[in-house]
Design a protein around this ligand. Sequence first.
Ligand SMILES: Nc1ncnc2c1ncn2[C@@H]1O[C@H](COP(=O)(O)OP(=O)(O)OP(=O)(O)O)[C@@H](O)[C@H]1O
Length: 236
Amino acid sequence: MLQIEHLVKRHGARTVLDRVDLEARPGRVTAFLGPNGAGKSSTLRVLLGLDRPDGGRALVAGRPYRELADPARVIGAMLDGSGAHRSRRARHHLAWIARAGGIDPRRVDEVLEQVGLADAARTRVGRFSLGMGQRLGLAAALLGEPEALVLDEPVNGLDPEGIRWIRGLLRGHADDGGTVLLSSHLMSEVAGIADDLVVIAGGRVVASGPIADVTRGYENLEDAFFALTGGSEGMR
Ligand SMILES: Nc1ncnc2c1ncn2[C@@H]1O[C@H](COP(=O)(O)OP(=O)(O)OP(=O)(O)O)[C@@H](O)[C@H]1O
């Protein structure tokens, strides 16, 4: 469903993505894991058509994002929390996105209910906690009932109950045949949810595969993460 092949991205003389390969398949939760600055957001930006690659390609259901006829129904994304202006009410923000995407406005109340924000539908986003903002961002991603969900650090700011809830939601999406790709800088955050891992450090994929394969031979998940990513804090 999501396929990234030999992706290269440069900023000036600096190579921030160096032939990144990643695949996220239907029915599975794929975690894109790496320390701060490793290249996760840069990869997701290219996947979502927000940035152009300098080499390689990123495909959503077989096509570059920019060539999708109806992107909101194919892939839903949350890159930067709620993505809503502080002065907007939650429901108005979602209605605006629905209108832009040609999505049935009745979906707005459905997704607010689904993410647990029904009671906050008329609250201005500026009054939201970080966790509520994450829920609103997820609601926006779910609006078009997309097959794939792409989420950049979705558990940031969520309390333990919120983390449990989002895990259930993402697991359910994958179990229903959907594709889930989420990024994180903490192995512990994805351990209970991911089926597959793609580990990136310094712009390069250093390990990928089913979680049991990637972590085999290490004492625990943290050891695996530090061993795989150690010593590469961004590319020079
Ligand atoms: N527009 C830009 N110009 C120059 N360098 C950039 C630009 N965007 C990203 N970078 C650099 O590319 C590298 C990868 O950044 P990226 O945001 O993709 O990492 P990340 O893995 O998502 O980390 P984080 O969790 O901190 O967001 C970083 O070193 C960053 O400084």
